[in-house]
Design a protein around this ligand. Sequence first.
Ligand code: GLA
Length: 379
Amino acid sequence: MKKLSLFCVLFAGMTILYSCAQNKKDTAVNEKTVFGKLPDGREVYQYTLTNKSGATVKVINFGAIVTSLTVLDRKGKLEDVVTGYDSLQGYMDGSSYFGAIVGRYGNRIGKGQFTLEGKNYQVTVNDGVNHLHGGKIGFSKELWTANTVQDSAGPSLQLTYISKDGEEGYPGKVTLSVTYTLTDKNELRIAYKGTTDKTTILNPTHHSYFNLSGSFNNTILDHLLTIEADSITPVDKGLITTGKYLDVTKTPMDFRTPTSIGARINDKFEQLAFGKGYDHNWVLKNYSKGKLRKAAEVYEQKSGRLMTVYTDQPGLQFYSGNFLDGTAKGKGVSYQLRTGLCLEAQCYPDSPNKPEFPSVTLKPGEVYQQTTIYQFTTK
Ligand code: GLA
């Protein structure tokens, strides 16, 4: 009898312990720590979102930057799949836009000039004679305000930046909110919402460099890429779109079936020469404003990690890390050529000067919206 009751007590105890562990697993964790201090004394915080499977994303409110993203491999091992620096100084000095939200205009505007409602504007020129990713400072080097938000899909963080009228030469005061959610389906969901008080242009994007292998000592050349697009918007030497479309058929730009990034990257092809590799905008199929659809897939065979990108944007910039040259350091490595790849959902580059491209104009009373999802599974 004594033995039986001891067994019952033990059994009950173990059941309680087990259910506590289960409960803990079911609770999304949101942690906030100090990441660093800006020269003007303002503190920068790092937020860690952890979902039910233990995947994590770390985000700082400087540049709304994703500093780390750990996801499972085929064997259940969590590893970081995005490049990053070790300190705030790295992000302040860096020129690669690691993990950031870039804007007001992601990608390039020829000579930094455009016309809106009959008025000419000159925005900062910071890429040769052209404008790139919002200018000298841009949204990626500003301090945002952060708030944790409730979302049944998983832990969520909202960041907001208010860009002044005239900042980097852009008209109108723009308020942009970006919400990162690490869903329990292992998706990093990025939802954007923007408004303005004067007619302006808005085309923000996310600039994480992914490497699914689990080690930044590996390049991304053996990653298999699929892009849901029949054409690209070809560019000139300065990487400004020509306004034409180029059919990808029988070219190294054809990623309609899974193809390793390295297979054709050194082919003699003018567009690859201009980009020093892949640095182009793919015209995604089935664009319909506000409609989310599959845009791309990246598969790394050894780890089994598969990343699927969904977006409601018309275009996707695929950049194969051609400017990485070992200068940027973090996470125990110097990031060498092509050790990370970006898939930036956006409107087509230089669209303010290409009336035939989808428009990026935002007027008072309108709401800019974008949703892009990076989903992680294994196979
Ligand atoms: C984008 C551009 C590239 C490069 C990187 C940052 O992807 O298209 O040309 O500027 O950002 O280095």
